[in-house]
Design a protein around this ligand. Structure first.
Ligand SMILES: Nc1ncnc2c1ncn2[C@@H]1O[C@H](COP(=O)(O)OP(=O)(O)OP(=O)(O)O)[C@@H](O)[C@H]1O
Ligand SMILES: [Mg+2]
Length: 411
């Protein structure tokens, strides 16, 4: 069918034509926004899940929801080895700029911007060892009030962040709304920054201040947060973002097609669900290839069968391959051992779950190595976001169906 009218959108952070199966999360967030606006206590939200389940897309949707409630918003994507200070300053700058036109005392806004500037400028000079700062580190805040002093500029990120966020929340209180800061890939924040953020959220919730953080990250994000502050388990509300159930996956495919007056035969939907496992990225990828191959409506199971190899080839490059290439030979060997063991486990238990956690001791045994000698590979893979350790002594892939992909790759 006409590829120009193809509605599906496989791709990182690509807005899907239909955000299926996330009604509960959207409702919860509506309640959170309303409660905070009325001065009720609420916890910051943390969305966790595997790669490609739709965390970024959901985070962006929640941001739109906050904007619709006239909140100030800003968004950050955390990166390993990057300090939180400047990104958080930029995000808050944006949030407060959205509120400023509704504020009746411009000097209060200027006072806040002075604090914000001081906070941002307190960043350690970028480029360790005296190297010239890189272009992206030379942040120009574009704030034309002078930096103030004595607040949020101690150089201790924990103290400074608490003060800065408290002041930002006060601006929101003045205009009778709130501020939401969205942090994607939150597991990549450095330990000090995570600690500081937890402390700030803790303080804000005690004050009943209208500022929340909405984070998204891999399944081990809760472990990262509780390693920083033991109280973080009670501080945040965790929401596991998972694959779509059958009804939601069908809706993700059928609703956009219907708008183009295209239908699916039931058998086509059966096969599509079998192939995608309900993982949103895969739903989009198989949907897209199937649309392009199907000669006419209704789309049949035979169309899906013809199109599947193309979807798989695209996933192999865009979804799996791009990640696999980030691994060194030793890390690839580690992951291959994981993939083989996950398969054995899955067969034993009769499950079709290829994404099972694998004990690290078994990986060492399979590779004929001492467990300690594999720690560097494991830690590097965790840092690269390819695997995670949900339970002590086990690892699992962050990428759904990664084991199956690896088993098809030549060694
Ligand atoms: N609820 C949904 N319904 C249908 N499609 C969805 C849904 N959520 C996400 N998608 C699609 O899934 C794909 C992946 O979404 P997204 O990039 O948000 O995932 P992610 O969890 O952030 O992945 P990563 O961990 O790699 O960053 C996109 O193509 C998006 O359009
Ligand atoms: Mg994402």
């Amino acid at each position: 069918m006409d590829p120009v009218r193809n509605p599906y959108a496989p791709g990182a952070g690509q807005r899907p034509p239909e955000l299926a199966g996330r009604g509960r999360e959207l409702d919860v967030f509506d309640v959170v926004l309303e409660r905070i606006a009325r001065g009720r206590p609420e916890r910051s939200l943390m969305l966790t899940g595997l790669r490609g389940v739709g965390k970024t897309v959901l985070l962006n949707t929640l941001r739109s929801q906050a904007i619709n409630h006239l909140w100030g918003t800003g968004k950050i994507e955390a990166r390993p080895d990057q300090s939180l200070r400047r990104p958080v300053a930029a995000a808050l700058h944006m949030a407060v700029r959205e509120l400023a036109p509704r504020h009746r005392a411009p000097d209060r806004i200027d006072a806040f911007l002075g604090v914000l500037k001081a906070f941002a400028q307190r960043a350690a000079p970028a480029g360790r060892g005296g190297a010239a700062p890189k272009m992206r580190d030379r942040w120009q805040p574009g704030i034309d009030v002078p930096a103030s002093s004595g607040r949020a500029d101690s150089g201790d990120i924990e103290i400074d962040l608490v003060e800065l966020l408290t002041d930002a929340a006060a601006v929101a209180t003045d205009v009778g709304t709130g501020i939401a800061i969205f942090i994607d890939e939150m597991q990549d924040l450095g330990a000090e920054d995570v600690s500081a953020l937890c402390a700030a959220c803790h303080e804000l919730s005690q004050l009943g201040a209208p500022l929340i953080v909405v984070g998204a990250g891999l399944p081990h994000l809760p472990a990262v947060l509780s390693a920083a502050k033991s109280y973080s388990e009670r501080l945040f509300r965790y929401q596991r973002i998972d694959r779509l159930d059958r009804i939601a996956a069908d809706q993700a495919l059928c609703a956009p097609a219907e708008r183009e007056e295209v239908e699916y035969e039931q058998k086509a939907l059966d096969l599509l669900y079998e192939k995608s496992g309900g993982y949103p990225y895969f739903v989009q990828a198989y949907g897209k290839a199937t649309w392009d191959h199907a000669p006419r409506s209704p789309i049949t199971a035979a169309d899906v069968r013809v199109a599947a190899p193309e979807a798989e080839a695209e996933l192999a490059v865009g979804f799996f391959g791009s990640r696999f290439e980030r691994a060194t030979p030793a890390e690839r060997e580690y992951m291959r051992a994981m993939a083989t063991l996950a398969l054995v486990d899955g067969e034993d238990s009769g499950r079709d779950d290829m994404d099972a956690a694998v004990p690290t001791a078994e990986i060492a045994r399979a590779l004929g190595r001492k467990p300690a000698s594999l720690s560097p590979a494991r830690d590097a893979l965790i840092k690269k976001g390819l695997i995670y350790s949900g339970e002590r002594g086990t690892v699992a892939f962050t990428v759904p169906h990664f084991g199956r992909y690896l088993r098809t790759q030549p060694a």
